[in-house]
Design a protein around this ligand. Structure first.
Ligand code: 4AD
Ligand code: MG
Length: 431
């Protein structure tokens, strides 16, 4: 398709006269020479103007340009090894399309809350553009990986009648049918789809009405959830390490420039290859105790414990077979130790904590029903889910990878709210 000329395309056009549209980032003048940096989402272009060659009118227009003015700039392209685009543009003409007076986000330091109030404008900054591109790459890598591995994409519903995970749900009235909830997970639905298609995944937004104000929690986040017929818990962990390694490797391969913009030390990412470390919950508790922690067997690992444990390893680590009390009702009872379930969390290094939660699913009708009753969940809402164990039950496993936790780790951002365009948190619903 014929497109407008974008900054990314300019190196191939050295010697030509072109018109480029974009937004002004900075201007700088030294004597009779001026420099304007233009951005258009594909790159950054330095444009040069000389007062003597430009003529008075153009020189004045350029002198008065302000940050984020949108312009159409024309001139000839010449190779310039020192500039970021590899070329610069010698300005011959410039039209202001949309002026921009007093753009709120100046190049000086701003507080986090000011920046999030202006998120719609903040997105234009170099750092945010780099993060958005890494996120894009990670999402595309996820889709490419599952496509290559023969998985079918199944879109699970956002409006649901049943709880998937313990913890808060956003609810709404649903016509004459009572309450509906925003999905916390697509898992129960991809379990049904796995019996139809074998290897499936869903990938979409999920919602948790948790009042947690940590660096790792959003109320709306994206999750990729594969579900595979005939996989046990070990197969499940092998899939996770292969998948995460692919996604990290692909980002390193294609988004070096953005990771550099983010000043990410990539040496720890380079080490992300199978196999990941594996430690049982039992051993993890013993290790944490030896490190001075006061965790007792039976408690879930908190954020600090995850960080401390993960710091013992040089790449991601699986913690497997947790006590059933701290995990969801659908996880398969461990036949070797019924106090525990056949699950795993995957902890990222460098303090990013749990990026994946996964498990083998309970495939025994009676045990699953008794777990639903033990957890006092509304039995009638799980009739269809129990049917999967009534009609041709099957060993199956799956997991959920949190997109923002993963992108936050890859980018090295201090808080995951920066890796989604418009974050939703307890105190943020706008913009
Ligand atoms: O461990 P979770 O709750 O697992 C599930 O939802 C399963 N149904 C997944 C499955 O087996 N199909 O969530 C999975 C991942 C976590 O490891 C974390 O990365 C992310 O989702 N996550 C959150 N990310 C951001 N904000 C939150 N509030 C999150 N809660 C979970
Ligand atoms: Mg979890």
């Amino acid at each position: 398709m014929q497109d407008h000329i974008r900054i990314r395309d300019l190196p191939a056009r050295a010697g030509e006269s072109v018109t480029v549209r974009g937004w002004v980032m900075t201007t700088r003048f030294s004597g009779k020479i001026g420099f304007v940096v233009l951005r258009d989402g594909t790159g950054y272009l330095q444009m040069v103007i000389s007062k003597s060659e430009a003529g008075q009118a153009l020189w004045e227009t350029v002198r008065q340009l302000t940050q984020e003015t949108s312009v159409a700039a024309s001139g000839s392209i010449r190779a310039d090894a020192r500039s970021p685009a590899g070329v610069e543009l010698a300005l011959a003409d410039l039209q202001v399309i949309g002026p921009s007076a007093d753009f709120p986000i100046t190049p000086k330091e701003h507080g986090t809350s000011f920046l999030f109030e202006h998120r719609h404008l903040w997105l234009r900054s170099r750092r945010q553009v780099a993060i958005l591109k890494v996120r894009h790459e990670v999402e595309q890598a996820i889709r490419d990986y599952y496509h290559r591995e023969g998985f079918y994409l199944v879109d699970s519903p956002i409006l649901t009648a049943a709880q998937g995970e313990a913890g808060g749900m956003f609810e709404t009235e649903y016509f004459d049918l009572g309450k509906a909830y925003l999905a916390q997970t697509g898992q129960l639905y991809v379990e049904a789809a796995a019996a139809a298609l074998g290897k499936v995944y869903c990938f979409g937004p999920t919602f948790r009405a948790e009042k947690s104000k940590t660096r790792r929690h959003l109320t709306e986040f994206w999750m990729c959830e594969p579900e595979v017929a005939w996989y046990d818990s070990n197969d499940n962990m092998r899939l996770q390490e292969d998948f995460v390694s692919y996604v990290v490797g692909r980002t390193l391969e294609r988004r070096r420039e953005e990771l550099k913009e983010l000043e990410r030390d990539t040496s720890t990412l380079e080490r992300v290859t199978p196999p990941f470390h594996r430690i049982s919950y039992n051993d993890a508790v013993a290790k944490l105790k030896a490190l001075g922690g006061n965790i007792e067997w039976g408690q879930d690992l908190g954020g600090d414990e995850e960080t401390q444990l993960a710091s013992q390893f040089d790449k991601p680590v699986f913690v497997f077979n947790y006590p059933k009390e701290v995990k969801a009702f659908y996880m398969k009872r461990n036949p070797d130790d019924p106090r525990t379930v056949l699950n795993n969390d995957c902890l990222a290094p460098e303090g990013y904590g749990e990026i994946i939660g996964g498990s083998q699913r309970e495939d025994d009708y009676d045990i699953l029903l008794s777990r639903i009753r033990e957890e006092k969940l509304p039995e009638e809402a799980y009739g269809w889910y129990l049917d999967l164990r009534r009609y041709g039950t099957f060993v199956h496993s799956g997991f959920g990878l949190g997109l923002e936790r993963t992108v936050g780790w890859i980018c090295g951002t201090p808080h995951i709210r920066e890796v989604i365009a418009f974050p939703r948190m307890m105190h943020r619903l706008w913009p």
